[in-house]
Every structure is written in C-alpha cells, then in structure tokens.
Design a protein around this ligand. Structure first.
Ligand code: IPE
Ligand code: IPE
Ligand code: MG
Length: 254
C-alpha cells in the first residue's frame, strides 16, 4: 500500500495553508430533484443536509469563516410557492440548528437585505445571531436576500449621505473605507469560492470581495456534494500559487 494514501477526512491537509474563508454558491437543488422525479422543494430539503455537512467539515479542519449563498435578491422572482417553501425551510433550519451551533462554538451571521424576509424568519435569524454572538470556532455567514449589486448600492447611498452631512470628504474614500461599509465589514475576503452544479458564473455573489479569490466549479449538484469532495478541493487549493498581481519570487531562471 502506498504511504501517500489520501485521507478521506481531511487530516492530511496542511493546517498552515488552509483558506481562512470559504464561500459557496449552493446550486443544483432543483435539478437534483428533477432527476429523481421529485419536486424542487424536496431538492432544497435534501440540500440542507449538505449545509450541515459543510459546517461540520469547516469546524473539523479549522476554517474560521464559511459563507453560504442561500437566497439571492433575484430569487424573489421565483414562484411564490417555492419562495415560501424556502423561507419555511430556512426558519426550520434556524430553529433546529440553534443548539447544535451553540454546542459547537459556531457564530451565526448574515449578509443581505434581511428586511425583505418574512418577519418570523427574520426574528428567528436575529435570535440565533444574538444567542451565538460570542462563539468563535467558526463564523457561519448566510447570504440571505443577498445581491452584490444591492450591497454596493446600499454602500453608495451611505457614502452620499455621509458626504451630504459633511462627515466625509472624497479624499477619505479608499478601498478600506468601501470594504468597511459593505455587509461583510468584519469578514475577510473569501480565499476560495466553490460553486456546485456546473454553472460557471457568480450570479451576483460578493462582487467586490471576490477580487482575488480562487474559483472552483464542480458539476456535482449541491445535494450530492459532500465532505470528501470538499476536502479534495481544499487539497487542490493548497497546491495553488496565489500571486495577487505580483511576481513569483524564485520563478525567474538565472
Ligand atoms: C440552489 O438550487 C438553491 C437556491 C438558489 C435557493 P436551485 O434551486 O437554483 O437549483 P437549480 O439550479 O434549479 O438546479
Ligand atoms: C445562485 O443560484 C443563488 C443561490 C445559490 C442562492 P441561482 O440558481 O439563483 O443562479 P442562476 O439563476 O443560475 O444564475
Ligand atoms: Mg440554480
């Protein structure tokens, strides 16, 4: 047997080269259901199991930030039946997972226009966020009613209001100012973005924050995505060289 056996549980990952922030576009629930002659809602229900598995995986290997794209600003345009079911599922998730999050030291946070969520969902969300606020093992960030453009528009409005109030001058605006005024103000930019279901687009996710993020697209549908494939993606990430526009020192032949 080869001594270079690849671990199925991520224990072979280099802890010094782990991403600090993993972002995921959870896509393909509808197609997963369709292939099984189920309805789309059943696909979303199965997708919730993958959410739990990813939270557990990040906690196990020690990744401090996980952002999940759960509902986009554009997703409001889906049939009311599906939107209602997604909101009900979200509410159920928040209520069922509360104790588990607490037990595992996970802090729940959100980004997006949560004022648009049904009041009871918003209330559950705010309750869990407050209850887990001092946990520090993993920050689980749910992107809810989130759109990168809407986030930038909201930031620009605040900027204009601050200038109009005489509290801000043009010279004070730089990338740091902008980053501090987005929904992700206290969250580092993602190191890796994973999108399931084979679509190679970002669908209005974290437009500003993904500037230097590594991308990984997998054809696996979200309900079929699991820890084993996630750890394989992390192994691949650890082989990548991130240059941030600079040159690789030592790459030049003499
Ligand atoms: C992702 O699965 C979940 C949400 C966008 C809420 P989809 O519902 O987009 O599934 P497909 O893309 O139709 O397969
Ligand atoms: C992106 O998936 C949004 C979420 C995963 C929440 P969509 O299924 O809504 O994106 P498009 O329509 O394929 O771009
Ligand atoms: Mg989709």
């Amino acid at each position: 047997m080869s001594s270079k056996r690849i671990s199925r549980d991520g224990e072979d990952l280099d802890p010094g080269r782990l991403p600090q922030h993993v972002a995921m576009i959870m896509d393909g629930n509808g197609r997963w259901a369709k292939r099984r002659l189920l309805n789309r809602i059943q696909g979303h229900e199965k997708g919730a199991d993958t959410v739990r598995a990813m939270v557990e995986a990040c906690r196990e290997v020690g990744i401090p930030f996980l952002t999940l794209y759960a509902f986009s600003t554009e997703n409001w345009q889906r049939p009311k039946r599906e939107v209602d079911a997604l909101m009900a599922l979200l509410n159920k998730f928040l209520q069922n997972e509360r104790d588990e999050l607490q037990k595992n030291g996970i802090r729940l946070a959100f980004i997006g226009e949560i004022a648009r969520l049904p009041p009871r969902v918003r209330q559950s969300l705010e309750e869990v966020v407050a209850a887990t606020a001092s946990n520090d093992k993993l920050r689980l960030v749910l992107a809810l009613s989130y759109g990168g453009r809407s986030e930038i528009v909201r930031m620009a409005r605040r900027l204009a209001a601050d200038v109009a109030a005489g509290q801000l001058v043009a010279a004070q605006i730089d990338s740091e100012w902008i980053s501090r005024h987005l929904d992700t103000a206290d969250i580092p930019d993602p190191d890796i973005l994973i999108r399931t279901s084979g679509e190679m687009r970002i669908s209005n996710f974290l437009l500003w924050q993904l500037a230097y993020t590594e991308f990984h697209f997998t054809p696996t549908l979200w309900p079929d995505f699991g820890k084993e494939e996630f750890f394989q993606i992390l192994r691949n990430y650890q082989q990548r060289e991130r240059r941030f526009g600079k040159v690789d020192t030592g790459a030049d032949p003499a």
